[in-house]
Write a protein that binds this ligand. Structure first.
Ligand code: NDP
Ligand code: GDR
Length: 370
């Protein structure tokens, strides 16, 4: 039985990857951080009682900023594969916490590589590093491929650039099977609530149920190459099953503006929205509503700009060239953007319908001290 260790197992990708590897028959170990509240919502369905026999899913407390902890876990687990997905992954937040981001995302990767080397596992353990399309930053060429030069535009991207190159360096210096997956944005109903797609699908669901008045957004002109996390974790696994360690771009090859994502999400609840005005004055209005259960009225403003969401330096355009991964890995995404938007909006509508039902029945959804 193959043994895998996943850092960031409590995150979006960690949850999908753990599920995939368990399905493939792996023993899966994950590193979770200690927190004052439960932080395992996304993987609770995978939990196995440690008292049972043949448990194939195990969690360890740890942190990418703590080398001794990582060394101990890797020594104990003796993994065949490590997927380093743990990171402070929010681009805007990285401007607020640049030093921590560098430590967790940059040096954290070094700590994993160095632990594997110190423990004499360089020929046993294969390593996947969660690299990102944010490395391309300021547009140098489109579409962006494995050969496109990097120009990072945030503390997050700069930290990930260190992680990218230290992974390449350990591969070359110590003959390690260490690879970068340069993944473009990928989303799902499990996406963190403050990333743009999930923020939009949550807001659209709440607006359609009369639980929110307006959606405040940042830069609507930004263009992203959005795929589904389920497809992208399959690529991570494929990257570590090859004969030779290499780096791969994983993307759909199609780019869409944030504005168009909003329009698509509203369409899922039967609402047509159009945008008027420019810059911070741009507003989104309801044109029509064919959903009898939705209280939105034609002419109603549902989207506004809040400059607070603008970034000090922005990445304007991402569009990936997945030719290499399609050819060498045989990777092919199952989801397109419309299917992704449909799934995300439907999941959030269900989530908030449940919340509304509880509220309407008189149950308090707020915390017990209110
Ligand atoms: P999430 O933000 O959903 O998950 C991040 C995970 O990392 C969480 O489990 C989090 O733990 C954990 N983590 C954060 N800081 C530390 C730390 N100091 N030590 C250990 N674990 C830590 O990210 P995604 O699942 O979306 O992304 C996975 C990886 O892929 C990240 O490295 C991200 O930067 C990268 N990436 C993501 C893309 C995307 O579009 N989703 C695209 C390209 C790259 P906790 O739950 O406790 O917060
Ligand atoms: P990104 O994702 O920065 O690409 O990083 P995010 O969803 O945060 O932003 C995408 C684009 O939308 C614009 N935007 C807004 N973003 C947020 N979060 N909130 C808003 O209100 C808003 N309005 C407009 C942003 O300016 C940006 O241009 C994600 C993360 O998962 C990284 O970890 C990963 O490496 C990259 O994707 C690939």
């Amino acid at each position: 039985m193959k043994v895998a260790l996943i850092t960031g197992i409590t995150g979006q990708d960690g949850a999908y990857l753990a599920q995939l590897l368990l399905k493939k028959g792996y023993e899966v170990h994950g590193i979770k951080r200690r927190s004052s509240l439960f932080n395992t919502d996304r993987i609770d369905h995978l939990y196995q009682d440690p008292h049972e026999k043949n448990v194939r899913f195990k969690l360890h407390y740890g942190d990418l900023t703590d080398s001794t902890n990582l060394i101990r876990i890797i020594q104990e687990v003796q993994p065949d594969e490590i997927y380093n997905l743990g990171a402070m992954s929010h681009v805007q937040v990285s401007f607020e916490a640049p030093e921590y981001t560098a430590d967790a995302d940059g040096i954290g990767t070094l700590r994993i590589l160095e632990a594997v080397r110190l423990l004499g596992l360089t020929q046993k353990t294969r390593i996947y590093q969660a690299s990102t399309s944010e490395l391309y930053g300021l547009v140098q060429e489109v579409p962006q491929s494995e050969k496109t030069p990097f120009y990072p535009r945030s503390p997050y991207a700069v930290a990930k650039m260190y992680a990218y190159w230290i992974t390449v360096n350990y591969r070359e210096a110590y003959n390690m099977f260490a690879c970068n997956g340069i993944l473009f944005n990928h989303e799902s109903p499990l996406r963190g609530e403050t990333f743009v797609t999930r923020k939009i699908t949550r807001a659209v669901a709440k607006l359609s149920l009369g639980m929110q008045d307006k959606l405040y957004m940042g830069n609507l002109d930004a263009k992203r190459d959005w795929g589904h996390a389920k497809d992208y974790v399959e690529a991570m696994w494929l990257i570590l099953q090859q004969d030779k360690p290499e780096d791969y771009v994983i993307a759909t090859g199609i780019t869409t503006t944030v504005r168009d994502f909003i329009t698509m999400a509203f369409a899922e609840v039967g609402v047509v929205v159009e945008f008027k005005g420019e810059g911070v004055e741009e507003k989104g209005f309801v044109v029509s509503n064919s959903n009898a259960a939705c209280p939105l009225q034609p002419g109603q403003q549902v989207v506004a700009i809040d400059p607070r969401y603008f970034r000090p330096t922005e990445v304007d355009l991402l569009i990936g060239d997945p030719t290499k991964s399609k050819k060498q890995l045989g990777w092919k995404p199952e989801y397109d953007l419309p299917a992704l938007v449909k799934e995300m909006v439907a999941a959030d509508v269900e989530l908030f319908q449940r919340e509304k039902l509880l509220k309407d029945a008189g149950y308090k959804v707020l915390n017990q001290f209110e």
